[in-house]
Design a protein around this ligand. Structure first.
Ligand code: G6P
Length: 368
């Protein structure tokens, strides 16, 4: 068993540490001389060229990846996107638009609600693309086209490398769609792809700093509640960081869009509730900083996650901080997520929970 864990204490930390390689494998063969290449989508060319609306659905961590995907498809590919968790999506009333395409995301390819949502779209004549990790799974077989994440087997119940590779596929898909729509110059495409190719090395750098995250966790693991805040992509990342933390450490945690603090959550902030503030989206950074001040004014301790380029500006703001290697703001979730996964992991380890098999949770939810 220890050998299977590659010398690590848990599968989860092994899988966190494998992410630079998993991301590299997922990029491999999909970027050709500065251009995106997704041969798997060839058969759907016409549908994709005409697509006006994308329906995204998934569960859990895959849903959080989907939220980033929705942002990218809107911002990069100019598409109209609807997104909902599969357990709601499948029971909702949909007024399907013409020229719609479905996108489902699933590590296992066996999550019952995701599969049912896929079947519902297909039955209504909507072509469905799957982002999936397991070849031959139900989702893989039933989708009209599948984009595989090359994460390799994921054993820990809490998903880590599946999420980061789902993100990679979604970046590629958004670029692909933007090109089909004629919204991306070759130069823009090249810029984003170059930065995307630098991600494995940057993720590796973050992972080599795991010890500093462990030291922060030493200050936080006794907390009863930990909040996460951010705006736009930072908020979507916050959702995933908060889910990781609660599922394995059992610390109550919630992620809030930073601007919503005033509308309720601020009532919960005290000296005993640390807040992790994600400050990576330049265009909304000042706004989130003002929310950080509101937290500090209530004596709440703040953990700042930012880019290295903003170190000077941000380092005195929180009680703790972590700075990741610079990327385009668009790619922030890829360099930010390892920090949040490590934070969840070390809080859980310090609390002595069963990290790989958290109570009441299953790796794959095949019941409805
Ligand atoms: C379960 C797992 C999560 C996962 C979710 C969706 O809740 O514990 O880690 O994100 O199912 O699973 P899927 O295999 O569809 O990505």
């Amino acid at each position: 068993k220890q050998a299977e864990k590659g010398g690590y204490d848990h599968f989860m930390i092994k899988e966190i540490m494998e992410q630079d390689e998993a991301i590299r494998s997922t990029l491999l063969g999909r970027v050709d001389r500065g251009r995106v290449r997704l041969d798997e989508l060839e058969a759907l060319q016409e549908e994709l060229k005409n697509a006006e609306r994308i329906y995204i659905t998934a569960c859990g961590t895959a849903y959080h990846a989907g939220m980033v995907g929705a942002y990218l498809l809107r911002h990069v590919a100019g598409l109209d996107v609807e997104i909902e968790v599969a357990s709601e999506f499948r029971y909702a009333k949909h007024h399907w638009r013409e020229n719609s395409v479905g996108l489902v995301i699933s590590q296992s390819g066996e999550t019952a609600d995701t599969l049912q949502a896929l079947r519902m779209m297909k039955a209504d004549g909507i072509p469905v693309i799957a982002v999936v990790n397991v070849v031959g799974s139900s989702v893989y077989r039933e989708a009209d086209a599948s984009l595989l994440t090359q994460a390799g087997p994921e054993i820990a119940v809490a998903s880590t490398k599946a999420y980061s590779t789902q993100l990679v596929v979604l970046y590629l898909f958004a670029l692909y769609m933007a090109k089909l729509k004629g919204l991306l110059t070759q130069e823009e495409e090249q810029n984003i792809l170059e930065d995307l190719w630098s991600i494995p090395e940057k993720v590796k750098q973050v992972l080599s700093n795991a010890e500093s995250v462990r030291r922060i966790a030493q200050d936080t693991y006794k907390a009863n509640d930990i909040f996460f805040i951010g705006r736009q992509l930072d908020y979507m990342l916050a959702l995933e960081g908060s889910l990781k933390l609660k599922e394995i450490s059992y610390i109550h945690s919630e992620a809030f869009p930073a601007g919503e603090l005033k509308h309720g959550p601020l009532a919960l902030v005290t000296a005993d509730t640390p807040t992790l503030a994600i400050l990576m989206q330049e265009d909304v950074l000042e706004k989130t900083l003002s929310n950080v001040s509101e937290v500090k004014a209530r004596q709440g301790d703040v953990f700042v996650l930012g880019f290295e380029r903003d170190r000077k500006r941000l380092e005195d703001i929180g009680r703790w901080s972590f700075f990741v290697p610079d990327t385009l703001p668009l790619l922030a979730p890829l360099v930010g997520i390892p920090v949040l996964q490590l934070f969840a992991y070390y809080n859980a380890v310090l609390r002595g929970t069963d990290v790989d098999k958290p109570r009441n949770l299953a790796k794959s939810v095949t019941v409805e």
